[in-house]
Design a protein around this ligand. Structure first.
Ligand code: CTP
Length: 400
């Protein structure tokens, strides 16, 4: 469809990047990345109605993004022909245009392109041996200043390695390490750094990625004491198990992985350091608050959980805390009784409600007011502690 439209309107269009990589790996990729010679925005505009999508254009970058009704994205980037000496560009010039575009990219596995035009539709362009590296599972950079030009690529390489179980090639690893030594991360704005950390955390196999970040010195580059130690590694790997357990239970509340993993990275640091790290990484305020709560309340929560608690007391203690804080305590404490209580709370108590409502209290002749809230709370406690179990018993309990 896209190819036909391109033929008709005289554009040269290629499928590139992650889209082609994932296609060859047989993996789903939500986004379709296109490179258009010689004007991506005007081609995207002409496709907009055709594909019934919503278009956003970024003229300063000569790019556009079309969001399709299915939620998939089509990204358009411009490859410009740089020689205008000939009225009709020769095939060599055309090739060099797409080749130059691909050479500017991060890794060889992302330099593969598929022609979407006319008779050569589907032809794979592989200028930098990307198919071989993809087959052999190698992450290889294209030129030695790549990480200096764009330090976010260090994180990308680590993510691809963990995601596909590939290996970062030695020379590439050296370029990564050298760029870190020259201080490339210092030039990266906090928001970008945060986004890259977050992208790593949301990889399924984030544990390997974090270990690699540590190995090449990213953590200590940001702050010396941030380097992983045995305790942190163990906590993070338990977090990974807990998240898997939580996802399998398919509870409807999602967990913020960044809260859990940042809490693991920060918990042994003094409060002012946690604050300054949060500032350096420009962690959004809401996330930051939950991280602080998690780190600061861990000891208190643990101590309370060691006590003998009725169900209602357990709920009263834990209900006020963010889910992430509770899961963090679960990960940190190797104490059977605490673990049992937390799991019991999550599996059996958290969602427990009651049958009666304010309407029932009204029918009993009780005058509406703050007493309603108190009464319903007391009924919930009684229900949690097994004192009442039916709506009749709940009403009786209120009357008592
Ligand atoms: N790219 C790059 N350098 C970057 C970011 C992106 O060279 N810092 C290039 C890569 O060729 C990549 C393409 O732009 O394939 C599209 O980027 P993006 O959609 O972010 O990457 P994907 O490779 O699709 O990765 P992911 O699957 O994580 O989205």
């Amino acid at each position: 469809l896209i190819g036909k439209k391109a033929d008709k309107e005289g554009y040269k269009v290629y499928g590139v990047g992650g889209f082609v990589r994932d296609l060859l790996l047989g993996k789903d990729n939500l986004d379709l990345d296109l490179v258009v010679e010689n004007d991506a925005i005007s081609f995207a505009k002409s496709l907009k109605n055709y594909l019934n999508g919503k278009l956003k254009t970024f003229p300063q970058y000569q790019t556009a993004r079309l969001t399709l009704p299915s939620g998939k994205h089509v990204d358009f980037a411009t490859a410009r022909i740089e020689y205008y000496a000939f009225p009709a560009a020769s095939p060599e010039v055309e090739q060099s245009t797409i080749k130059q575009d691909l050479y500017r990219r991060d890794f060889t596995i992302n330099t593969l392109a598929v022609k979407l035009n006319g008779s050569t539709f589907g032809k794979l362009l592989d200028f930098f041996d990307g198919a071989k590296d993809l087959k052999e599972g190698i992450i290889r950079v294209l030129y030695n200043l790549s990480f200096v030009e764009d330090p976010t690529r260090i994180f990308r390489g680590i993510r691809f390695e963990a995601r596909f179980n590939f290996t970062i090639e030695d020379q590439t690893l050296l370029f990564m390490k050298n760029s870190l030594i020259t201080g490339v991360l210092d030039k990266l704005p906090g928001e970008k750094l945060y986004e890259e950390f977050r992208n790593v955390f949301y990889e399924e196999n984030f544990m390997d990625a974090l270990m690699k970040m540590d190995e090449i010195g990213i953590f200590e580059n940001i702050f010396p004491d941030l380097k992983l130690n045995e305790n942190k590694i163990e906590t993070i790997s338990i977090i990974q198990d807990i998240l898997q357990w939580y996802e399998q239970r398919s509870y409807n509340k999602s967990v913020s992985k960044e809260v859990l993993i940042f809490s693991c990275l920060f918990y042994d640091q003094p409060a002012p350091i946690v604050s300054s790290l949060s500032e350096r990484l420009k962690i959004p305020t809401k996330i930051r608050e939950v991280i602080f709560t998690t780190i600061n309340h861990e000891n208190y929560l643990t101590k309370k959980l060691e006590e003998d608690l009725k169900n209602s007391e357990l709920v009263e203690l834990l209900d006020g805390y963010p889910l992430e804080t509770i899961l963090f305590v679960l990960a940190r404490k190797d104490n059977k009784s605490i673990k049992e209580k937390v799991y019991y709370f999550l599996e059996n108590l958290k969602g427990v409600g009651i049958s009666i409502t304010g309407e029932d209290l009204k029918n009993l002749g009780i005058k509406p007011g703050p007493i309603y809230k108190k009464a319903l709370e007391e009924v919930r406690k009684a229900r949690l502690d097994g004192i009442v179990s039916t709506s009749e018993e709940e009403l009786e309990y209120v009357l008592d």
